[in-house]
Design a binder for this molecule. Structure first.
Ligand SMILES: [Zn+2]
Length: 53
């Protein structure tokens, strides 16, 4: 009734998957195991922390 599926959702929490710059696997999340590095999930390559931003 309210047309919630307009495609312009505010407050969406899931970033769009992007291909890993190293292996090309679609990255669905970036995890930080240690303060100095981030890793792509699920492939595990080291990536920039802002890859999905
Ligand atoms: Zn990768």
């Amino acid at each position: 009734m309210t047309g919630a599926e307009s495609g312009d959702e505010a407050g969406g929490s899931e970033p769009e998957p992007k291909p890993c710059p190293h292996c090309g696997v679609e990255v669905t999340a970036v995890i930080q195991l240690i303060p100095s590095a981030h890793h792509a999930y699920p492939c595990g390559c080291a990536v920039r922390g802002d890859l999905l931003e």
